[in-house]
Design a protein around this ligand. Structure first.
Ligand code: NDP
Length: 290
């Protein structure tokens, strides 16, 4: 059978890695990017480079979009929107679930099928065994294209609602980024006393290695919305974050991170969870104060 023709729209690090991986698997690739010079390396590796959106869409069976945000997709493809009919559009750019809903409706208006994707590895790991991507939208479309998309990252289907893949993507990124900012904050506290981040690192890593245990307990509690005190009450933890915030202020480093966490614990105290387990801080997150 003839291999499908894939157009990759966007040649940042991610789009270049995707085009390169498809070429490695002998998939015919066309690329399209606002800045044409970014195509040089993939063209040298065998891709064709479209000079217009019409070109980019004309021969494509599958259009993979990898841009900074969804707005860039409209900037690039709207001028040739009448060429979208019958195409399959897969957007693996980051944006909000709301934007994904809007894009699915836009694609449908132009007669195209649309999948939302959220790729969960850095560009350097595209095509690696560990790579996976969340997809939402019509399941049949993913099933039809899973062999080709699977060359980039193992597909994980999360539901028909177009926004879902980005919600899964964002929830993990939320955890990742807040953890990294937390680690930077802790390092800044240690540096304020002249302790190198590298000296602190083994202790930080050991703590994070224990997190699956805590996450498991938290997931159970959150799903049941019951928070037994098994030795770490909310009131005790609220006092702890008070101390951290004051220590941070004393060290004259930015205290907004612990102060925000302190606010959540205080709110949960106000809601009456002081004698419950500290997982009850969740209740403050879902019932924010006005
Ligand atoms: P970039 O943000 O560097 O993507 C740049 C691409 O977007 C370029 O092709 C650029 O064109 C294009 N672009 C931006 N704005 C516009 C616009 N207004 N009109 C037309 N084109 C535009 O990101 P990456 O390649 O790193 O990532 C792509 C997507 O993948 C992002 O949404 C990112 O969040 C996501 N992602 C990236 C990961 C990574 O490790 N890099 C990991 C997981 C997800 P030009 O070349 O002309 O500037």
């Amino acid at each position: 059978a003839q291999l499908p023709s894939v157009t990759v729209v966007g040649l940042g690090p991610m789009g270049r890695a995707m085009a390169g991986t498809l070429l490695d698997h002998a998939v015919p690739v066309m690329v399209f990017n606002r800045t044409a010079s970014r195509a040089d390396a993939v063209v040298a590796a065998g891709a064709r480079c479209a000079t217009s959106a019409e070109d980019a869409l004309y021969a494509a069976d599958l259009v993979i979009v990898s841009l900074t945000h969804y707005r860039a997709m409209y900037d690039l493809l709207e001028p040739a929107a009448d060429r979208l009919a019958g195409k399959v559009l897969v957007n693996l750019s980051s944006d909000t679930p709301r934007e994904a809903e809007r894009a699915a409706a836009w694609a449908a208006r132009h007669g195209a099928e649309f999948l939302t994707g959220g790729i969960m590895v850095p560009a350097t790991l595209v095509g690696d065994d560990t790579a996976y991507a969340f997809y939402s939208g019509p399941r049949a479309v993913l099933d039809r294209w899973s062999d080709t998309l699977g060359l980039l990252a193992r597909p994980e289907y999360v539901g028909a609602d177009p926004g879902l893949a980005l919600l899964w993507y964002q929830a993990l990124l939320d955890l990742f980024m807040t953890t990294l900012v937390g680690a930077s904050h802790a390092a800044a506290l240690m540096k304020s006393a002249g302790v190198q981040a590298g000296t602190f690192l083994p202790y930080a890593s050991d703590l994070l290695a224990q997190m699956p245990f805590f996450l498991e307990g938290a997931a159970e509690e959150i799903d049941r919305r019951e928070y037994p005190d098994v030795g770490a009450s909310l009131a005790m933890m609220a006092a702890g974050i008070d101390h951290i915030t004051v220590t941070t202020e004393d060290a004259q480093i930015d205290s907004r991170l612990p102060a925000a966490v302190r606010e959540l614990y205080r709110r949960a105290l106000d809601l009456g969870f002081g004698r419950h387990g500290s997982g009850s801080v969740y209740e403050a997150i879902v019932a924010p104060s006005q």
